[in-house]
Ligand binder design. Structure first.
Ligand code: WT7
Length: 631
């Protein structure tokens, strides 16, 4: 399955385009199926309707666990590094992980979870999180993991959207020197969640929690009441595997749906190739399982390939900025996959935290989540990779299920800040605003994909029309990514960032409309407009223009109240970095906010605002510019 030279890549790519069904059938035959497919692919991008490996039966956990037992049962599957470096790390071999997954799967069953039921998982980065995810997959339940930083309201919205039956959580989480009271947040969320019947609580921080009779039970108690025999449910290739919520330019987050067969093949194939994983190596992805990166490249991709995946509970700067490098040294990490925001933040500490650390085990470095600027790329290359490790800058999305445009380690010649070339099976196309293809090299356009791939989303949960509208209606017969992209003279791709009203803050996708709605819920706020602006560490920062007529002298307090409101409604990750109080917003006569102008102001570049003659009241622009200078 692994590609070993650039010539082989080019040949493989050609084949994958000329004979996609044959190509993917070949890749899929490296996995374990209970029954093979009748038909590799049927698709249309209009409805949309996409089916891969129709008629095939499988269980992804047999691929991630059972099939490794005979020869690699004692191989470490998960190595867990706790938040506190003084605490012991934990290793779960494939045999132990298999047993834990089977046991917890039986706990889910005992608590009424059946095939097709949705289970919400809100947990810290502990091995039990991976166990809970895999246990759902074992019995055919659909997991919906919610990142531990989201608020009670965000959780409630997600639980209700998917009508989840059970929540799996923990008493609390450690993050650096902070503790997060996860169970308390869940208790608040569940006040508005009538579909939840049971809550299973893992003991982790040992903080006191309330336990509701009949609803709440302890993980540790439950696990004792079941045995470790749990046959894997037979799933159809197109049965739902999980839902993962992600933000878009409008409305509430959408539940992106991935299915069993195609997702497994795509996550496994891309993991094996992009990182050139070799048996016995230790692979460390610094993401959280609450995001797609964690789903595909901490859990399913690596485990499907029998890899050793390192899970880290903490943050890069605790107890100090050497933490990643200590982990690399301690666990002899061979492959490190992280985000530009983490690189930039660590770069800020200079080379001192890296000095004296043995990073010689490193072989491949990866980057994901946002464009990586050249400075960060070179720092990563020189300080961490010692100019001896390929950097794979991997472009993909929650919706794509896996890496789409990326170098293949040791195969694709890299170029700083370029995601380089499409992986086999991926057919990118650049289009202009009208949807007309922009051919040739040395061009810019909106990035679309013109042919299906196994890992792509199938729908948005409970609202197929929204899936069609968001991804398949902008340009006829194309999947629209929402990203702008440059194809340089060599045909290399560089992702330039979102072209819609989505901002990317520290690799987290945040919808401007969502933040505006949250700000508008603050008493006293009449209206607001949110845009992104370049931020040195986070990539983009959140800039909010807020109309708040009764503003007293204490602007600072009101700012803090607004931040608190956003934290309550969405979560701390959506807090604006800057708030500017204004008396009006630049609107067209039809009432549309001209964000273009606000973006310029937020960037601090008001020299050329373009045509503002269509504005209802051009005077507001002068006011905004004046006030922004005082911020
Ligand atoms: C958006 C997807 C992919 C998992 C993490 C984020 C941006 C992602 C890159 C990259 C430039 C990137 C895009 C994309 N993005 N990777 N290597 N270079 N931009 O998943 O939350 O679904 O966000 O992240 O804008 O559309 P996500």
């Amino acid at each position: 399955m692994q590609i070993n030279s650039f010539e082989e890549y080019q040949e493989t790519y050609q084949k994958s385009i000329n004979q996609p069904e044959e190509f993917w059938a070949g890749i899929a035959s490296n996995f374990l199926w209970k029954k093979k497919w009748d038909h590799v692919l049927s698709w249309n991008f209009t409805t949309p309707d996409i089916k891969w490996f129709e008629g095939a039966k499988l269980n992804i956990t047999e691929n991630c666990l059972d099939r490794h037992l005979a020869e690699n049962g004692d191989t470490p599957a998960i190595v867990w590094e706790p938040n506190d470096p003084e605490k012991e790390s934990i290793t779960l071999t494939y045999r132990v992980l298999h047993e834990q997954v089977c046991r917890f799967a039986n706990v889910l069953k005992k608590n009424g979870v059946q095939k097709g039921d949705r289970v919400c998982i809100y947990m810290p980065m502990v091995p039990e999180l991976a166990v809970a995810v895999l246990a759902c997959a074992r019995i055919g339940a659909v997991h919906s993991v919610v990142f531990g930083g989201f608020s009670a309201k965000s959780i409630a919205d997600r639980i209700n959207d998917a009508a989840c039956k059970v929540v799996v959580t923990a008493d609390g989480a450690f993050r650096g020197n902070k503790q997060i009271q996860l169970k308390e947040v869940i208790d608040d969320a569940l006040i508005g969640c009538p579909t939840i019947e049971k809550v299973i609580v893992l003991t982790h921080t040992r903080t006191p929690v309330s336990m509701l009779k009949g609803r709440d039970c302890w993980w540790e108690d439950e696990i004792k009441l079941v045995d470790s025999n749990c046959p894997a449910e037979e799933m159809d290739a197109e049965d739902m595997l999980f839902i993962l919520y992600t933000s878009g330019s409008t409305g509430k987050p959408k539940g992106v749906v991935h299915t069993c067969g195609g997702y497994m093949v795509y996550a496994g194939y891309t993991f094996s190739n992009v990182f050139n994983y070799q048996p016995g190596e230790v692979y460390f992805c610094t993401a959280d399982i609450g995001w797609i990166t964690g789903h595909s490249y901490i859990v399913y991709g690596p485990l499907s390939q029998g890899a050793t995946t390192l899970m880290f509970e903490g943050i890069p700067t605790y107890p100090n900025a050497s933490r990643f490098w200590d982990i690399v040294e301690k666990h002899q990490v061979n492959i490190l996959y992280t985000a530009p925001t983490a690189i930039r933040s660590l770069m800020g500490f200079g080379s001192a935290p890296v000095q004296g650390k043995d990073l010689s085990s490193l072989r491949v470095l990866g980057s994901v989540g946002e464009p990586i600027n050249e400075e960060a790329w070179h720092w990563f290359d020189e300080e961490i990779g010692k100019k001896n490790c390929p950097i794979v800058d991997t472009w993909w999305q929650t919706e794509t299920g896996g890496i789409m445009i990326s170098p293949i380690a040791f195969v694709t010649p890299t170029k700083p800040s370029f995601a380089t070339l499409p992986l086999p099976g991926i057919q990118p196309i650049l289009v202009d605003e009208q949807g007309k293809e922009i051919e040739g090299n040395g061009v810019n356009g909106n990035l679309c994909i013109r042919f299906p791939w196994p890992g792509m989303l199938r729908t948005t949960y409970g609202d197929h029309e929204r899936c069609r509208l968001t991804y398949f209606s902008t340009y006829e017969n194309l999947y629209f990514t929402g990203d702008g992209c440059l194809r340089d003279k060599d045909g290399y791709y560089r992702i330039t960032g979102r072209v819609d009203d989505v901002i990317n803050v520290s690799g987290h996708r945040i919808g401007t409309a969502e933040v505006e709605n949250a700000i508008n819920m603050h008493a006293g706020v009449i209206e607001s407009a949110v845009v992104g602006y370049p931020h040195e560490v986070k990539g983009q920062g959140i800039f909010a223009f807020v109309i708040y007529p009764g503003l007293s002298k204490d602007e600072e307090l009101t700012r803090k109240d607004i931040l608190q409101t956003v934290t309550r409604i969405i979560g701390a990750i959506a807090k604006p970095d800057k708030i500017l109080f204004v008396s009006g917003l630049p609107k067209t006569r039809s009432g549309k906010i001209m964000r273009r102008i606000l973006r310029k102001v937020a960037e601090g570049d008001t020299s050329n605002l373009g045509d503002i003659s269509t504005l209802l009241d051009p005077a507001v622009v002068q006011e905004i510019i004046g006030k922004s200078r005082q911020l």
